[in-house]
Design a protein around this ligand. Structure first.
Ligand SMILES: *[C@@H]1O[C@H](CO)[C@@H](O)[C@H](O)[C@H]1NC(C)=O
Ligand SMILES: *[C@@H]1O[C@H](CO)[C@@H](O)[C@H](O)[C@H]1NC(C)=O
Ligand SMILES: *[C@@H]1O[C@H](CO)[C@@H](O)[C@H](O)[C@H]1NC(C)=O
Ligand SMILES: *[C@@H]1O[C@H](CO)[C@@H](O)[C@H](O)[C@H]1NC(C)=O
Ligand SMILES: *[C@@H]1O[C@H](CO)[C@@H](O)[C@H](O)[C@H]1NC(C)=O
Ligand SMILES: *[C@@H]1O[C@H](CO)[C@@H](O)[C@H](O)[C@H]1NC(C)=O
Ligand SMILES: *[C@@H]1O[C@H](CO)[C@@H](O)[C@H](O)[C@H]1NC(C)=O
Ligand SMILES: *[C@@H]1O[C@H](CO)[C@@H](O)[C@H](O)[C@H]1NC(C)=O
Length: 777
């Protein structure tokens, strides 16, 4: 009896202690939750005004273990109370409090200076008493990266902690494992296991997504950006070949503003368009502009008022189609704002009225879809669509609305629970259509259908790599839910906290996000292949890390990263104890060339021309010429397909080709593999003619396309430059030959003085033949 009482009182005490630490932890979280955002009321160093001038990362200082920046922030004073509560909670044995403190010292929350050693201690404390998925993950991450040399790197420990974290349902760790198994990082590659992990991550993501309002999901803003793209890409605007990550649906649409205004020149009023674009920008926000629904509401009201003034009643006929389209869009946006209570009090009656007027002005399938959704707001709604709602939905789907197609298919695929799925041919087709049209959740169900074998049963054959690709894309596009550290990294970058930014990008890089791998490499070792004069001190360990992340990006076919690796290996890095390795460089250039990289082909041609890293290190002009030609072809293809205002320059290739031509010429016709055995002048003629034909085709096509897009076209200089270069080389060539001739003439004159008169005629004939011969080449 006494024993029992003792045990009970012990239990009570233990309970008290546990309650006490939990209470402390909760009190701490309560006090910290209400603090303003860490950068509240501070000005970022990169804004929408200055970002177009490009970005610049200061040098890293090994001694202070930070970048040499003037932006030093002080901790938020109000946070200290909460932090000391957390410390008390840790004392009382709270695992969650230890993990929270670990995060504060890792990520610099509340602008607390980071201290990775301290953070590591806290994470270890967090897992001392009970399992904690997040703390396991952070330990895995810290040991895997070594935190830029601040704690000892230990890949074995990292692997163990990642496994623990994944077992404890940590989504971040699951993604790291999925990526590591796919690319065989630290283990043998195994697509099957990778697929398992990606599917797990995707299902977790989907169960969160399904609780959000459907309209918000496709309006996620992504921060998945490769930082060098703000400078036009790793190699700047003209040479970089990887698609830019800084544009998205919103920025692409906003970029149309000018061209649409130009197209609408017949209109009486183009302010309408400006109002709509402003409303759209405020509604969606951007990387350098916060959302502001109030502003969006004001802009759309202005747009509607202007529209009524100009085109109300009898004047409606004056409006161009473009005016009508944008006026209808303004009405539609107002309806959306009323419907969701954004920027204005929620009012369904008004929302419905605005939608009706939007439809009257300009009929669009998306309007039908919104009508369908309205019918769900009916008080008699029981979960299924009303007949009328269903009719709207079908109409919208048959008018190509991907969203409507998805909603229709989903009611068949997963009627009760988002993860309990059954497929039929018709809803599989609908969901496939929606997935192709970029509907986020549709991507999940499509991948799920393929993985469950339904895809194969209707004749769609996909490999393991494809399924992994679908899941990976789904998870990465759900960034807002799954990968909040990317937004963190971007924000830290904007406020000049590059060390924290690197931390965030590195987590995503470990999880296989290609743009984050590039950003991480960029922050680790400021790759500025364009500005060799801005040389910074390079640190060996950071260069090696940067190369490792570039290699991961290259494994995912990032062209610029592949070429850059080639450049690294062809020069070598003394500070990183990496000596020049032409074979390696050659391999990277070949890889890029195989993926139709014009830059890669150029470099490969160069390697062949000088016999660097080519098979047996032999010079091979034939192969060199082939790759230079390919390089020029790819550049042109790219210019045509992109229709970008900035044309890639073919100047270096042209120069290289001419150089090569001379080399071939002087190496004589003994080079039997040379293709242009017909001689210099005819080649020149041929080249010029083919250029002429191409030029006409190119300009005609590009001009017509540019016209369609409303852009302007000026691509003529490139060909003029080419002609000038040819001209200069031709003149140089003839001058050289003329000098040679004159020299020969003098030599012969000397000889003639000594020789008997009879042979003069022969020498003369030879001489004349020589001159003719030269001009006939
Ligand atoms: C927690 O428990 C300790 C003793 O175990 C006590 O001194 C302290 O006041 C308690 N704190 C709270 C907030 O209950
Ligand atoms: C980081 O934390 C550790 C352990 O608490 C401490 O010894 C060290 O001095 C701290 N470093 C800095 C720079 O504050
Ligand atoms: C949004 O715009 C309104 C009006 O211009 C302004 O008063 C408000 O502060 C803005 N809100 C935010 C969050 O910037
Ligand atoms: C919604 O708008 C209608 C029409 O303008 C108005 O009669 C009604 O009172 C509003 N409802 C609310 C809840 O504000
Ligand atoms: C959509 O398609 C239906 C036929 O399925 C047609 O009656 C309707 O007018 C179309 N609506 C729009 C907005 O094009
Ligand atoms: C540099 O690398 C070579 C071989 O790769 C190795 O033998 C040498 O010890 C390294 N030197 C340093 C300082 O790491
Ligand atoms: C390289 O040289 C070796 C020996 O000289 C020769 O057997 C081999 O065929 C050459 N390889 C190539 C690709 O030329
Ligand atoms: C020049 O021609 C000779 C004979 O064919 C060949 O062996 C040599 O490799 C060529 N030189 C270069 C640099 O290609």
């Amino acid at each position: 009896m006494r024993l029992l009482r003792q045990i009970t009182s012990l239990n009570v005490l233990a309970l008290c202690l546990a309650l006490n630490s939990t209470a402390l932890f909760n009190a701490a979280i309560d006090s910290l939750r209400h603090l303003p955002h860490k950068y509240h009321a501070l000005t970022p160093i990169y804004t929408s005004e200055n970002i177009d001038e490009g970005i610049w990362i200061p040098e890293y200082d090994l001694h202070t273990q930070n970048y040499k920046t003037n932006h030093v922030y002080k901790p938020i004073p109000e946070a200290s109370a909460g932090i000391s509560l957390l410390e008390q909670a840790v004392e009382a044995g709270s695992s969650d409090a230890a993990a929270a403190l670990g995060d504060i010292y890792t990520f610099g929350n509340f602008l607390v200076p980071t201290n990775y050693t301290k953070a590591l201690l806290y994470y270890h404390k967090a897992i001392a008493t009970k399992a904690n998925g997040h703390a396991y993950f952070m330990l895995g991450y810290m040991y895997s990266t070594g935190m830029f040399g601040e704690i000892p790197q230990n890949k074995q420990k990292a692997a163990v902690y990642y496994e623990f974290a994944a077992k404890n349902d940590d989504l971040n760790a699951i993604l790291v494992l999925a990526n590591n198994f796919y690319h065989g990082i630290g283990r043998a590659a195994d697509c099957g296991v990778s697929k398992f992990y990606y599917a797990t991550a995707a299902r977790k993501t989907m169960s969160v997504l399904s609780q959000l309002a459907p309209e918000t999901i496709n309006e996620f803003l992504t921060y998945n950006i490769a930082l060098p793209d703000y400078n036009g890409g790793i190699y700047g605007r003209r040479v970089s070949e990887s698609p830019s990550s800084t544009t998205n649906k919103v920025s692409n649409f906003l970029a149309l503003r000018e061209s649409i205004r130009d197209l609408n020149f017949e209109s009486q009023d183009s302010n309408l368009i400006d109002y709509y674009f402003n409303a759209y920008e405020n509604y969606h926000g951007g990387h350098f502009k916060d959302r502001n629904y109030t502003e969006a509401y004001v802009n759309s009201i202005m747009c509607v008022v202007q529209g009524d003034e100009k085109f109300g009643g009898a004047y409606f006929e004056l409006a161009t189609d473009i005016d009508k389209y944008f006026l209808s869009k303004c009405h539609g946006l107002l309806s959306k704002l009323y419907l969701n209570g954004h920027g204005v009090q929620r009012n369904l009656t008004r929302a419905y009225a605005w939608l009706r007027s939007a439809q009257k002005i300009y009929n669009e399938p998306e309007t039908l879809l919104t009508f369908a959704q309205f019918h769900n707001l009916d008080p008699s709604y029981t979960g299924g669509f009303t007949d009328k709602g269903l009719r709207y939905l079908r109409d919208a789907a048959s008018n190509n609305s991907a969203r409507a197609a998805f909603i229709l298919s989903k009611s068949g695929i997963a009627p009760k629970h988002p993860l309990q799925t059954t497929y039929t041919k018709s809803n599989y087709d609908l969901v496939k259509f929606a997935a192709k049209k970029d509907i986020l959740e549709a991507l999940f169900y499509f991948a799920d259908a393929v993985e469950s074998g339904f895809g194969a049963s209707v004749g769609d054959k996909y490999e393991c790599e494809h399924v992994v690709g679908f899941y990976k894309e789904f998870v990465e596009r759900s960034e807002k839910i799954v990968l909040p550290h990317i937004k963190y990294a971007f924000e830290e970058f904007r406020y000049g906290n590059f060390k924290n930014s690197l931390l965030g990008f590195l987590i995503a890089a470990e999880q296989g996000l290609i743009n984050s791998q590039i950003s991480a490499a960029y922050l680790l070792q400021q790759l500025e292949p364009l500005f060799p004069f801005k040389k910074k001190i390079q640190h060996g360990s950071r260069i090696r890390s940067a190369i490792a992340y570039l290699e991961l990006a290259s494994a995912q076919d990032h062209l610029d990263a592949t070429v850059l690796l080639g450049d690294f290996y062809s020069t070598g890095f003394n500070s990183a104890n990496i000596s020049a390795d032409f074979t390696q460089a050659f391999a990277y250039y070949s890889k890029a060339a195989l993926s139709a990289s014009s830059h890669g082909c150029y470099k490969l041609g160069y390697m062949y021309e000088y016999g660097l890293g080519s098979p047996n290190n032999t010079k091979d002009y034939f192969m060199a010429k082939r790759y230079y030609d390919l390089s020029r072809k790819y550049t042109k293809d790219r210019d045509l397909s992109q229709l970008s205002q900035i044309k890639a320059s073919t100047f270096p290739v042209t120069l290289a080709l001419l150089r090569l031509r001379f080399k071939m010429l002087f190496n004589g016709s003994s080079n039997e593999r040379e293709l242009d055995s017909t001689g210099w002048f005819s080649t020149f003629e041929k080249l010029r003619k083919s250029k002429e034909v191409e030029k006409h085709e190119n300009t005609a096509q590009a001009k017509s396309e540019a016209h369609l897009e409303g852009g302007n076209y000026d691509g003529d200089d490139e060909y003029e430059t080419f002609d000038y270069i040819v001209l200069i080389f031709t003149i140089a060539f003839f001058v050289y030959m003329a000098l040679e001739n004159v020299r020969g003439h003098f030599r012969r004159m000397d000889r003639r003085r000594e020789a008997p008169g009879n042979q003069n005629v022969n020498a003369e004939a030879n001489n004349r033949f020589g001159v003719q011969f030269f001009f006939a080449i």
